[in-house]
Design a protein around this ligand. Structure first.
Ligand code: PLP
Length: 400
């Protein structure tokens, strides 16, 4: 039995008990949702009811829900699919407007399109808090709008928790007739998401970020958005996404979305209090720690309620992570290693931090199971971990 404190809910979070129950029940039942016999039709019914449930929870219509294997696939379909369609109709429309702090699940498909398909990127810059502005999107589109296939901008940032003005951004894109995609993987189930109200044409979500199963997600896509498919086969999902549907996973996804959306307001209040307690106590340790991203105590409109992102000077985030892990606190630096080598986060660099400042990043993300005791345990573990990480940092610099 582990007594570890899990503070990495943005990486993945516990599957809700009602989701496990629903999936277990479904997994015991045979049926391919594309089969015509009774078992197939029963599976199809589960899929369609789940589609309706997800649409209802997120302000979409059922026919806008395309099931996928999660955020990475949804982003790939949106970005490559919209680009492919745009170029097929007009070879000159190969521009992509991309937020500088996007997740690699968006940045890497963009890079692929640049390298292999001559896409042109226009970066949508963010401010020092990690928030892009509608004004800067407007200037980009004024200059390049005619040649842009898609704007992609995330709803909430996975590292620093910054929440973007999605409705403003999408309305600017619409003015210029450019489709707008938002990676809402960190937003769905955590902030109110209304697909129709957001004005987005495409929206990615992923079950395992809000108590659903890993490996199941969806792309919400307006009916008038044109996408070329990336996979070819049975054409199960609007001819855009092929492959036998994961009926149990889809049922679990729907159960998780409904539960998360229903609890959202109360859970947000609880998490904001825990987040603020963690920030206040960490800053009070007199270790020179500061917070990155938008931060006002009590606020969950500009920053995710469960996100704490700290910068600890004269430390390597990775050393801190391992030292805290050894002390039973599981958190993250927020940025991924590239081939096992820790890199300063592209998000912090895009926000204007130097390489040096970006080194000591520590992300603690709170979720449904987080308690006050967890927060206090994390704060209590910080001084010793920071002291040892600093010693290692100085030793490394002196021997370099
Ligand atoms: N987009 C964002 C903002 C994320 O945080 C993640 C996961 O960390 C993804 C996309 C990828 O989602 P998935 O793990 O479902 O592929």
């Amino acid at each position: 039995m582990t007594t570890n404190v899990y503070l990495d809910h943005a990486a993945t979070t516990q599957v809700r008990p009602e989701v496990i129950a629903a999936m277990a029940e479904q997994m015991a039942v045979v049926g391919n949702a594309s089969s015509l016999h009774s078992a197939g039709r029963a599976a199809r019914r589960v899929v369609e009811e789940s589609r309706e449930q997800i649409a209802e929870a997120l302000g979409a219509s059922p026919s806008e829900v395309i099931f996928t294997s999660g955020g990475t696939e949804s982003n790939n379909i949106a970005i490559k699919g919209a680009f492919g369609r745009s170029v097929a109709e007009d070879a000159g429309r190969r521009g992509l407007v991309v937020g500088t702090t996007e997740h690699h699940a968006s940045l890497d498909p963009v890079e692929f399109l640049v390298e292999r398909h001559d896409a042109r990127v226009h970066w949508l810059e963010v401010d020092h808090d990690g928030v892009p502005s509608a004004q800067s999107l407007r200037s980009t589109l004024e200059q390049a709008g005619e040649s842009v296939a898609l704007v992609t901008a995330m709803w909430a940032n996975n590292e620093v928790g910054a929440i973007a003005p999605v409705a403003e951004l999408s309305s600017v894109a619409r003015e210029f007739g450019v489709p707008f995609h938002t990676d809402a993987v960190q937003a769905v189930g955590h902030v109110p998401v209304d697909f129709a109200g957001s004005g987005a044409d495409l929206l990615s979500l992923s079950g395992h970020k809000f108590g659903g199963p890993q490996g199941v997600g969806a792309l919400l896509a307006r009916r008038d958005v044109k996408l070329v498919p990336l996979t070819h086969g049975g054409g199960q999902e609007r001819q855009i996404r092929s492959g036998t549907l994961d009926v149990a996973g889809i049922r679990g996804l729907a159960a998780a979305v409904s539960a998360a959306v229903e609890e959202l307001a109360a859970e947000n209040d609880r998490l904001v209090r825990l987040r603020d307690r963690l920030v206040e106590r960490a800053l009070g340790l007199d270790l020179g720690i500061s917070v990155s991203g938008p931060y006002t105590p009590g606020d969950s409109e500009s920053r995710l309620a469960g996100n704490v992102h700290l910068r600890v000077p004269d430390c390597d985030g990775d050393s801190l992570l391992y030292l805290l892990d050894a002390a039973g606190i599981e958190c993250s630096t927020g940025s991924a290693c590239q081939a096992g080598v820790p890199q300063p986060s592209h998000v912090l660099l895009a926000m204007g931090y130097t390489q040096h400042e970006a080194r000591g990043a520590l992300r603690m993300t709170l979720g449904r199971t987080t308690t006050e005791e967890d927060v206090d345990a994390a704060v209590a573990a910080l001084p010793a971990a920071v002291e040892r990480a600093r010693r290692a940092h100085h030793a490394g610099r002196n021997s370099a």
